[in-house]
Design a protein around this ligand. Structure first.
Ligand SMILES: *Cc1c(COP(=O)(O)O)cnc(C)c1O
Length: 401
């Protein structure tokens, strides 16, 4: 470690709340799927800011939109009509069956909006005294109080949490059916779990889930914060399973690094909000929505959903072949599109060593669900980068950790 890096570490300890145990890298610059650290080392970025920088770092087209819009209008608040916001809303809604959108600034906030809308829809539109939201084990929906209660992890020391959240096992329709009560307002799922280890639901579960929700008058909510925006190989990962959620949420990739979130709802479910029901100061301002619009245009123009599907399938095939060459090294390869999980067949400590060696070789990714390597590359990544990381992983596994 250089002296410059050591100084940064000291200042971080001095100034920052103790919330993040950071990777031993200080990033100073990026371009496409490359990052450079404070000592000039180059890295292949297979994490893209945790599925945020989907069009790569320092994207020229987006930089141009940002610069132009910054000189025209950045923010006026949601007290005003803004053409940028409406142009974006129209284009965004055309990617799904949803009819209305509410803009906010993050994934957790978009889920908060979804939970609030589901409760208020049941109460005000349906006249039902239903408030409870059921989630699935190993889910992740955010770190605000309500989304923490929905997630059911990272809660130590923060109790009491908001009431009205319950969890059922993954891919278990009987458990879901049994958990539904007259007080149940909604079921909230990720069609492909991200933080929870890159697990897609099965088609059978998706079909059963939709049927159970319909039969009980319970709203179906999908969290697309990580899997959405073309990453899964479709605009939204629920589209792989023929699901039509009443409400769904998005954030990470929406503005390629600027904070933007959205809660989208069918026209029916959207009736749950009235003027004054919900609000945010920053959500969907002119700058972020102008950038968001360009992101959608580029994704459409460059067929990035199809690209994610193809590159993801080939990358998973590559990791599976690697697993066959090295029996006992890889337990499972999962995912959809460029949301890829490679579960190593070893304890978490050993998996962490593999991750460290990949980082030493200049590959940035992360470890989740114990020993699962998670790949969330930019949708524009060169396929050769995916081949290179598979080769590097093979070399590391052959040498043993
Ligand atoms: C990251 C994530 C969130 C939380 O988003 P923040 O922007 O960190 O609040 C919620 N749901 C899923 C599925 C996520 O991956």
């Amino acid at each position: 470690m250089s002296e410059a890096f050591e100084r940064l570490k000291e200042r971080e300890r001095a100034f920052m709340c103790r919330t993040y145990s950071r990777y031993p890298v200080s990033v100073v610059r990026g371009k496409g799927s490359r990052l450079w650290d404070i000592d000039g080392r180059e890295y292949v970025d297979l994490l893209s800011g945790i599925a945020v920088v989907a069009l790569g770092h320092a994207n020229e087209e987006l930089a141009e939109v940002m610069a132009q819009q910054a000189r025209k209008l950045i923010h006026v608040s949601n007290l005003f009509y803004q053409e940028e916001q409406l142009d974006y809303a129209e284009k965004l809604l055309a990617t799904s069956h949803a009819g209305k959108v509410f803009f906010c600034n993050s994934g957790a906030e978009s889920n908060e909006a979804a939970i609030k809308l589901a409760r208020r829809y049941q109460k005000e539109v349906k006249g039902r005294d239903a408030w409870e939201v059921i989630t699935l084990e190993n889910c992740f929906h955010g770190r605000t109080m309500a989304t923490l209660a929905a997630t059911g992890k990272h809660v130590e020391g923060f109790e009491p949490l908001p009431a009205g959240f319950g969890r059922v096992p993954w891919n278990d329709l009987d458990a879901l059916e049994k958990a539904i009560r007259p007080s149940t307002a909604a079921v909230l799922i990720e069609a492909v779990q991200g933080e929870g280890g890159i697990f897609p639901v099965t088609q059978e579960y998706a079909d059963g889930l939709a049927e159970i929700c319909r039969r009980h008058g319970v709203l179906l909510l999908c969290d697309e914060v990580q899997a959405g925006m073309c990453r899964s190989g479709r605009w939204w990962s629920f589209q792989h399973f023929g699901l039509k959620p009443d409400i769904f949420t998005s954030s990470k990739s929406m503005a390629n690094g600027l904070p933007l979130g959205a809660m989208m709802a069918t026209d029916e479910a959207a009736q749950g909000f009235d003027y004054g029901s919900h609000a945010t100061t920053f959500g969907g301002g002119a700058l972020v929505t102008a950038v968001g619009l360009k992101v959608l245009e580029i994704m459409e123009r460059d067929h990035l959903a199809e690209r994610a599907a193809e590159l993801g399938d080939r990358a998973r095939a590559r990791f599976r072949a690697l697993g066959e060459r090295l029996p006992g090294a890889i337990a499972d390869v999962r995912g959809k599109g460029l949301l890829i999980g490679v579960q190593l067949d070893m304890p978490q400590d050993a998996a962490k060593k593999v991750w460290e060696k990949l980082l030493e070789k200049g590959f940035i990714l992360n470890l989740t669900y114990g020993s699962t390597l998670r790949f969330l590359p930019a949708l524009t990544i060169d396929e050769s980068d995916l081949a290179d990381v598979a080769d590097a992983l093979e070399n590391i596994l052959r040498q043993g950790v």
